[in-house]
Design a protein around this ligand. Sequence first.
Ligand code: BTN
Length: 326
Amino acid sequence: MTMTKERLLSRLKEAGGNWISGEVISEELGISRSAIWKQIGKLREDGYLIESSSRKGYILRKVSDALLPGEIRQGLRTQIFGQREIVYFQETDSTNIQAKNLAAEGAGEGTLVIAEKQIAGKGRKGRVWFSPVGNGIYVSLIVRPTLPPAEAAKMMLMTAVAVAEAVVSVAPLNVRIKWPNDILVNEKKMAGILTEISTDMDAVDYMIIGLGLNVNTPAGEFPPEIRTLATSLRAETGRTFSRAAVLRAVLQSFETHYDRFMTAGFEPILEKWKAYADIIGRKIRVDMIGRSITGDVLEVDRDGVLVIQDDEGKIHKIVSGDVNLL
Ligand code: BTN
């Protein structure tokens, strides 16, 4: 957002639902009446509902529903995530692809890529992530943790805990994590996380943490093939949410958990993950590329690896796969 547009928007917000005259704005912001008119037009294009009257001036009736950087930052309690560069697309192929390109060019930790709509949203295992305009959050964060590549799986579990806690903070739902990082409510998926990693010798160079979170999608608007599997905050609570407020909760929770992970290590996060996952002792089938294993879950070990014992008593350590509870 240009400086003038941002200042004008702040001024309209400060007016707190009252009219403010063009003359006052012009004086306070040091811009001409025609410049104000031009910027009002741009704010309307961004989705802000602004009424104007030749006698009374301007009034902000409704803030934009778009996930605009200015809306996200309003009241955001983080130091890094959401405070650094935010790259905003009305439409893109995939925020993970965009974030990866930026990271490869050197974009720093905390860079956030947002899209209102993805036309090639990526899910795990080459699947497509349903990414229609308006109702969901599709974001990718660039992180540059000081970690050996072998520990990257911990970041996935940490992100799942962060998202689960963010969801609980906006709606008191019974959230579960399905290994490694699907976020479920009532056995249906509300959010998915796709982590992509680039390593540099024996250290992580960057990770892209992509999050798709179904916020205001009505239950009946999921495509038929995922209707019985997917859910949204709205479908579970019967009310709609400000996507900016939900994203703020995610960013705050992510930063808290990331800081804790970097300073206090993984153990406390793993404990929380286990409490959300409720998977230990359960019989599962894990589908991996080209094979499946059925067995009882013995534990999720200190590296975030799933340990299961099959019916012959053989132990398997699984880093990546799709879990089905039996
Ligand atoms: C999954 O299959 O569970 C992971 C889904 C991840 C979807 C998000 S939406 C934002 C980001 N960009 C993508 O292309 N994918 C992730």
